[in-house]
Design a protein around this ligand. Sequence first.
Ligand code: HEC
Length: 116
Amino acid sequence: MSPLYRNLALAVVALGAVAWGAARLGLFDPPPPPLVPSPQALARGRAVFTARCRHCHDDIPLERRVLGWSATRAYDAIGRLPELSPVMPAFHGTVEERRDLALFLAALGAPADDVP
Ligand code: HEC
């Protein structure tokens, strides 16, 4: 291989590694939408949870696992469920469903005396 092609190949590999690292760090992820709780959003989030998570999480209660989580933290976690536990499938819902589910998880993890 000529030195030019070798250097080009090295540059492509290096760029690929940088892009992979940036993707791992979530630098390409769009920012979360505003995470503002409301009774409607929580009800929708509960419905998403029932449809997509409850068949496992009836047996693996989440209250203690998400204790003290902000909605932002929950939103982030929903984006990488297989990383948190390899048995969990990735979440393929819409951004709105992910937002409402994050609000629901944050409410689930709120200490009891925070609930109005
Ligand atoms: C196939 C079964 C399964 C499904 C479906 C599933 N989970 Fe899980 N989940 C697990 C298991 C197993 C764990 C790990 C429990 C442990 O740490 O002991 C877990 C852990 C978690 C945790 C805690 C992670 C941490 O950092 O401790 C969160 C949050 C969570 N799941 C959210 C969800 C949400 C939201 C959904 C629905 C979109 C979902 N899970 C669907 C099996 C599942």
